[in-house]
Design a protein around this ligand. Structure first.
Ligand SMILES: Cc1cc2nc3c(=O)[nH]c(=O)nc-3n(C[C@H](O)[C@H](O)[C@H](O)COP(=O)(O)OP(=O)(O)OC[C@H]3O[C@@H](n4cnc5c(N)ncnc54)[C@H](O)[C@@H]3O)c2cc1C
Length: 232
């Protein structure tokens, strides 16, 4: 299956391709699946960093479609990692539901970069949902004991049982999904922030955009905000 024009563009931009092999599948909740992979050399070529993600080429009929997914617990020594799939009606979610050990899938690495700020911020504010839970957990691992406020949106009751790597320094607020992201947008609008806070936002596209605007309106410099739309 060819990757089409999108695949050619990524190749021209220096994207590198890897064949991932499924090693395990685990149902975490009725709407969340964790799949183990070997990376086909991926972790030998690309240093591990928080929120690290790949572009998976998901089979769809005779074609493939590209979707972003986050590496969980990557281990460079064994070239292994997990990917956690929030389940809804879509090709990637469907692929995850039927994946079996031994199955292969292509991943392209292009565009994943994230560095913790050089100066430790006075606090972190994080906004996300179950699609960005894996990235949030990788951030919480790296943030350590810096005070952190996390707003995370739930859609299904079981979402609130998902494993969050909160520490004693993390304040977690679960917000029910209403009008895709409304609760998260309202939380950001009414926030009080210290000027040297750092923010990370990964929700649906419109919510990510609105929250980023609110954070700017609260006086947070652009350089202190990392925002990326995770889905539409
Ligand atoms: C950098 C990056 C990292 C990501 N990491 C992860 C990850 O680790 N785990 C993960 O689950 N997702 C992750 N995502 C989000 C994932 O790529 C999208 O949710 C993607 O659209 C799913 O593809 P699909 O083929 O299943 O559904 P699509 O074909 O894209 O969409 C089908 C339908 O489902 C809806 N939909 C899509 N995603 C969601 C969602 N998350 N919640 C509710 N409805 C949705 C769409 O609106 C549409 O109606 C990441 C995205 C990015 C950009």
């Amino acid at each position: 299956m060819g990757k089409g024009f999108g695949g050619l563009v990524l190749k021209a931009m220096g994207g590198s391709d890897y064949t991932l092999t499924v090693t395990s599948t685990q149902t975490i909740t009725d709407k969340y699946i964790r799949i183990g992979f070997t990376g086909g050399g991926l972790l030998a070529d690309h240093p591990i960093h928080p929120t690290q993600w790949v572009r998976l080429w998901i089979p769809q009929g005779d074609d493939v479609v590209q979707r972003g997914y986050t590496l969980c617990d990557p281990d460079a020594s064994s070239d292994t990692f997990h990917i956690e799939f929030a389940i809804h009606n879509g090709p990637a979610a469907d692929w995850a539901l039927s994946a079996q050990p031994g199955e292969e899938i292509t991943a392209t690495v292009m565009g994943s970069k994230f560095e913790m700020p050089e100066a430790t911020p006075s606090e972190w504010v994080l906004f996300g949902d179950t699609a960005s839970l894996a990235a949030i957990n990788s951030l919480l691992d790296s943030i350590g004991d810096v005070p952190t406020r996390l707003w995370i949106e739930w859609q299904y009751p079981s979402d609130k049982n998902l494993p969050l790597r909160a520490t004693a320094a993390t304040t977690v607020t679960w917000v029910q999904r209403v009008n895709d992201g409304q609760g998260l947008r309202e939380a950001a609008e009414h926030l009080t922030l210290s000027p040297d806070a750092a923010a990370w936002v990964a929700c649906d596209a419109m919510t990510t955009r609105t929250i980023t605007k609110s954070l700017r309106a609260h006086g947070l410099p652009k350089t202190s905000i990392k925002g990326r739309a995770y889905w539409k």
